[in-house]
Design a protein around this ligand. Structure first.
Ligand code: FHN
Length: 437
């Protein structure tokens, strides 16, 4: 699926911030607490209507996001609990009509746009407060069409009243197929309203693709509709279109979790480097607190990633997949023009690096982390990059940039190494063993 010139900012960005925020944060047990704990709907709604996050400051969120190196953000405007974070006229269950008396989407859009980030809005088809949602549309056609019309109307509101929206992130189409949601009809209307908008693939619960196609969890991801794929909790390249892996910064849940375990910074950075090395984006999630502040643990981790990107960002932003050498045992690689970036998760503490797979001679090499030039020796068997510091030069991932006179290529046997060609390519490497000895 080709994207337009005006949409190319998305794959070039590589790094987006996912924000799961709503009244569910009051419980501190994730975004699905209403359903997972089978809470009383009236009690939940009363608590939600009274929710008033007085510490919420969108400019503070935007500053954190910019300093962390995020290039776009996606805010949950309405999750499955149906509470809307904007002044929608199709429901009074929203942040303007309830206690806050604020349009949080307006504040988010204005602050993030001013900070220079692209704007993404998340919207859940699923509505756990609706009997129609839990019913068979054919058995309750009137209720179902009212639910479907509300989703279409609310999406149209979001694409009409908040300026340019760059990404629209649907979620929760299950258990209903695109035909029942009229997903295509809404997509067509969205493109009339915002011609350059990028819409994800969560539009159809009728086309669950199997684990063999990379699905780890069934999230109603269409294989044919939408502009980009959304592997969730996994990183799986999709050759057919642009894609974005969404991952939590805590161990599991997306909404705020008191006492949840936090993933370490190097693992979160590894998600970004792996996604970029496979030609995709990472949408890294934060679950803001019920008072409206981002968790300190997230701010700490994202700031560290931002400091790494300030030095090594050219190995991530605007790059494309790198798979020229085996490298997996040491880290990830990305490409840009005539450069190959080697992103080291493991620093071998050797003064020289031997790379045997490259067919194109290396012209020069730089340790991005320190800026120092490295000695390069191109030999018959391999290229040797010399003068490396024995001690790892950065707490996170050191990066070496290899420069070439043309786009670098791998040797034929190296292409076959990962069994994506004929294993017989390896025969010349196997010594002829004198059986008489
Ligand atoms: O059910 C939601 C879940 O709460 C969360 O929003 C994730 C984020 O991608 N999407 C759905 C599960 O696939």
């Amino acid at each position: 699926m080709a994207i337009s010139e005006n949409q190319k900012w998305f794959p070039e960005s590589r790094f987006g911030l996912f924000l799961h925020w709503g009244p569910y944060s009051l419980y501190g047990r994730g975004e699905q607490v209403l359903f997972r704990e089978h809470l009383d709907q009236d009690d939940y709604e009363a608590k939600a209507r009274a929710w008033n996050p007085e510490e919420f400051d969108a400019k503070s969120w935007a500053k954190t996001a910019r300093e962390a190196g995020f290039k776009y953000a996606v805010l949950t405007t309405r999750h499955h609990d149906s509470y809307a974070l904007w002044d929608t006229k199709y429901s009074n269950y929203n942040s303007m009509k309830c206690a806050p008396k604020r349009d949080f989407v307006r504040e988010y859009v204005d602050a993030f746009r001013e900070a220079g980030l692209k704007i993404g809005l998340y919207y859940s088809w699923a509505d756990w407060t609706s009997k129609a949602y839990w019913s068979d549309p054919d058995e309750h056609p009137e209720e179902w069409s009212a639910l479907r019309d509300m989703t279409h109307n609310q999406v149209e509101e979001l694409l009409t009243n908040y300026g340019k929206v760059d990404v629209f992130w649907f979620d929760g189409s299950w258990p209903h197929p695109a035909l029942k949601w009229d997903s295509q009809g809404l997509l067509d209307r969205m493109r009339e309203l915002q011609p350059d908008i990028l819409v994800n693939n969560r539009l159809d619960a009728d086309s669950p693709f199997t684990k063999s196609q990379g699905a780890v969890e069934f999230a109603g991801e269409s294989r044919t509709m939408g502009d980009f794929g959304t592997p969730e909790h996994h990183i799986t390249a999709d050759e057919s279109r642009i894609w974005e892996s969404c991952q939590t910064s805590t161990w599991r849940l997306w909404g705020y979790c008191r006492g949840e375990r936090w993933r370490p910074t190097d693992l979160l950075l590894d998600f970004l480097c792996q996604s970029a090395s496979q030609g995709g984006n990472l949408l890294l999630n934060a679950g803001p607190q019920p008072d409206g502040r981002l968790p300190a643990e997230f701010i700490e981790r994202s700031a560290a990633i931002g400091r790494w990107l300030a030095v090594h960002g050219e190995a991530i932003y605007g790059t494309r997949r790198g798979d020229l050498t085996e490298f997996t045992t040491k880290g990830w690689q990305t490409r840009r023009g005539n450069s190959l970036y080697l992103i080291y998760r493991f620093w071998s503490q050797e003064s020289a690096e031997r790379i045997a797979e490259l067919a194109t001679p290396v012209k020069s090499a730089t340790l991005l982390t320190t800026g120092q030039s490295l000695e390069v020796e191109n030999r018959e068997d391999a290229v040797y990059i010399k003068g490396l510091p024995l001690l790892q030069p950065t707490e996170l991932f050191p990066v070496i940039r290899l420069n070439f006179d043309s786009a670098p290529e791998a040797k034929d046997w190296a292409k076959g190494r990962l069994w994506n060609l004929d294993p017989k390519e390896m025969l010349p490497w196997v010594r002829e063993i004198d059986q008489s000895k």
